[in-house]
Design a binder for this molecule. Sequence first.
Ligand code: CTP
Ligand code: MG
Length: 228
Amino acid sequence: MACYALVPAAGGGSRMGSACPKQYLPLAGQPLIRHALATLCAVPAIARVFVVLAPDDQQWPGCQYLAAKLRVLRRGGATRAKSVANGLRAMDGVSDDDWVLVHDAARACLSVAHVEQLIRDVGDDPVGGILAVPVADTLKRARADGRIAATVPREGLWQAQTPQMFRRGMLLRALEAAPAVTDEASAIEALGLHPKLVAADATNLKVTYPLDLRLAEWILANRNEDER
Ligand code: CTP
Ligand code: MG
């Protein structure tokens, strides 16, 4: 079975608060989106990388040097889940049994090592799996007045990241049945299935707020050769 990547990049980046969608902001000398695309294209096991843009996107910078593996789909939808479902439908040459690694364009610091770990750990799994990190902090549930209602035991809690790796046919069925989810695993869980958790680390952060841009810049600049 072949592996493909699907990168939703049709969001507006509202929490970043900049005029330009965050995927096109400069990060370490490149438009932010190029980092994750370059990493996914560098993984030999991934046959092709599909990026989903908003249909009216005027700012896509292109990626000449990745052209051999990259395909652009102008099929973004109103939500991330819709962008992913539209992308899954439009991926040509991909069969229902093939693996698709869905990865947020905003997770610019993804490393080849983490992608290869995910493919190794999930490659023969009947359900699929995701990169994730065990929760390290003590968690508090808030009341409406900003005071603590309760402490939530962190045991067994993980923060979900991407890539999230599922078979194309199963994932599309799952997203069509549960269109309001915020990640692929939630849709698969709604089918009563239990995706695998593959431990990554905090360097695979999602760039959401302006401070995250500076953290991402630091991570990319300070990464050792064996962590790329
Ligand atoms: N995304 C998408 N289509 C949408 C919304 C989001 O393809 N309708 C993509 C984003 O471009 C991003 C990924 O999904 O790569 C993760 O979403 P998020 O970090 O929430 O990005 P935005 O939705 O753009 O940001 P915000 O929620 O702050 O507006
Ligand atoms: Mg969003």
